[in-house]
Ligand binder design. Structure first.
Ligand code: GLN
Length: 199
């Protein structure tokens, strides 16, 4: 129905889903946690939070969510993944644990924990033209890097040495960093525009 506000889900198996729910609600969105396949049918978009991708992978399979999520992504559901969520959306994973699977959808290869133990967590300002001229303060926590960007995907942001930390492909969006904890809501707003356009 035109103009109807859509619910946006946040995958709530593990990780910092509460922070994403708070940001989305602060932007006036009807945001709901998603833990069951049936809940996917009620939403117009989904955020996959940060956390631990290997755990999220196992839980999504044991909760029977992995296949319905793959089908929803293939069907065009807008999905935004942060950090572990970006890993879940990547078609290819480097340095996953044995047997680790992703949902896929983004034509990229991501390397887990790519910044190494000396630089587990750090903060920096990024220039991201897609979300505006002002630099975005970005927090990286045991973050992945997008190591290869396939033809279908577009890089949106890079750290100073050129490594890619944000990508977009159609209805899918992924960031290595965590906009849900900095108070800068521009990435969530960018995602919500995709949700509205898809609805
Ligand atoms: N290192 C985590 C993983 O591999 C991601 C960390 C995060 O989401 N902050 O899933």
């Amino acid at each position: 129905m035109a103009g109807r506000a859509q619910k946006v889900g946040v995958l709530a198996l593990q990780g910092d889903f509460r922070e994403h729910l708070a940001v989305l609600r602060g932007l006036g969105t009807d945001a709901v946690p998603v833990r069951r396949p049936a809940e996917l049918e009620e939403i117009g978009g989904l955020v996959i939070p940060g956390g631990e991708s290997s755990v999220m992978d196992k839980l999504s399979r044991s909760f029977g969510l992995a296949e319905p999520l793959r089908a929803a992504i293939a069907g065009g559901l807008p999905v935004y993944g942060t950090c572990a969520g970006l890993i879940m959306l990547a078609d290819r994973i480097i340095d996953g644990i044995a047997g680790q699977q992703t949902l896929g959808g983004l034509d990229v290869a991501v390397r887990r924990n790519a910044f190494g133990s000396q630089l587990d967590s750090f903060e920096t300002d990024l220039h991201i033209p897609a979300v505006g001229d002002a630099p975005m303060h970005a927090v990286f926590i045991r973050a992945p890097i997008v190591e290869e960007v396939g033809g279908g995907a577009t890089p949106l942001a890079q750290v100073a040495d050129g490594r890619v930390v944000a990508v977009e492909q159609g209805n899918l969006l992924g960031t290595s960093f965590h906009p849900e904890i900095t108070g800068d809501t521009r990435f969530h707003e960018y995602f919500l525009a995709k949700v509205r356009a898809a609805g």
